[in-house]
Write a protein that binds this ligand. Structure first.
Ligand SMILES: [Zn+2]
Length: 342
């Protein structure tokens, strides 16, 4: 195994740069380092994954470290995890229109002093690691595309063995990721940005109703639920390419885990199951074709991840429902919703 993590946190900028620094950014980067070091899935690393200020000062420093981490991935069993916490900006009048990440020497309104996401995506895509994950806690992260080859970003180089995932602090049309701390979080996470603080809280607390590994789906669902409970945050976003919600990323630290034993019965329960574990238990759901149809209708009305899940369920419905009577019961739930514009 040659999994590698890289944490890029840029919390301070030159005084005359016009870019505001935030102590929450540096606190978040340090907390990612602590969480990764204590996680047996990641703790074997010989050096801390958190880049030092001399490395995050320039695009060159960040990209050298990123290329080194990306090159460590050797095959399908390896994971490349890249975390960025800092300022994000979006310029339309550069080739293709791109999100840019701030580095220590960035200056406001001078795009050439920022690191274009294009270069970051290019480096991540070239890695041979089977799972590639980018966590972006910055403004305009809602404008980041997924990492796969159909991406709007031009010039996808290299071939991707398997899945990719982009997890962003904001989604939809919300551009601004909040950098002020969330006081509802336990210390020291109450000194982090809200998105990273809530993400790290899921890592710290774990998910009691989930298995040994924290999967991509469990992580996203945990952040979502925690941030909704606070009631003051924007919703994060997860873009999967051909990675599954069931792909493991961290160790589940929850004590007294009680994996579900009873059968799932409602649309809500099945939506959550699919968000946590992808299509893993889809054959079970398809034993009740009408319920499966209602689940797809609910997913279609949701965010990008949910709509993508609906497409994946729908794609497999034909194969899992070979009896036309069952398929009609499934489709009978979906068709009226579609005609109704749902
Ligand atoms: Zn909060």
């Amino acid at each position: 195994m040659a999994s590698r993590a890289l944490v890029i946190g840029v919390g301070s900028y030159d005084e005359d740069s016009g870019v505001h620094g935030y102590p929450t950014i540096d606190a978040s980067a340090r907390a990612y380092g602590t969480a990764l070091t204590r996680d047996p899935r990641w703790g074997a690393a010989t050096r801390t994954p958190v880049l030092e200020p001399r490395e995050t000062r320039t695009a060159d420093g960040v990209m050298r470290a990123l290329h080194e981490a990306a090159a460590a991935g050797e095959g399908p069993r390896d994971t490349l995890l890249v975390v960025y916490v800092g300022h994000g900006a979006y310029w339309q009048d550069v080739p293709g229109g791109q999100v840019h990440f701030a580095v220590g020497s960035s200056r406001i309104n001078e795009p050439w002093t920022w690191l274009s996401a294009w270069y970051v995506y290019r480096a991540i895509r070239k890695s041979k690691a089977g799972l590639k994950v980018l966590i972006a806690d910055c403004c305009y992260s809602n404008m980041l595309p997924h990492l796969g080859p159909e991406s709007a970003l031009p010039g996808a180089l290299g071939t991707r063995a398997q899945g990719t995932c982009v997890l962003t602090a904001v989604g939809g049309s919300v551009h601004n990721a909040w950098a002020g701390a969330c006081e509802n979080l336990p210390g020291p996470l109450d000194a982090c940005t809200p998105f990273s603080g809530h993400l790290l809280n899921v890592l710290g607390q774990g998910m009691p109703d989930h298995a040994d590994d924290l999967t991509l789906g469990a992580l996203r669902a945990g952040i979502d639920e925690g941030m909704q409970e606070c009631g003051v945050h924007h919703r994060p976003r997860m873009l999967l390419n051909d990675a599954s919600e069931a792909a493991p990323l961290f160790t589940n630290h929850a004590k007294g885990r009680r994996p579900r034993t009873r059968a799932l019965d409602t649309v809500d329960e099945w939506v959550r199951e699919l968000l946590l574990n992808g299509e893993r238990s889809l054959p079970d759901l398809m034993r009740r074709p009408d319920l499966a149809g209602r689940v797809v209708v609910r997913l279609k009305a949701g965010d990008e991840q949910r709509r993508d899940l609906a497409r994946r369920v729908d794609r497999r419905a034909g194969e899992l429902l070979p009896d036309p009577v069952d398929f009609v019961r499934y489709w009978g739930e979906i068709e009226p919703a579609m005609l109704g514009g749902g």
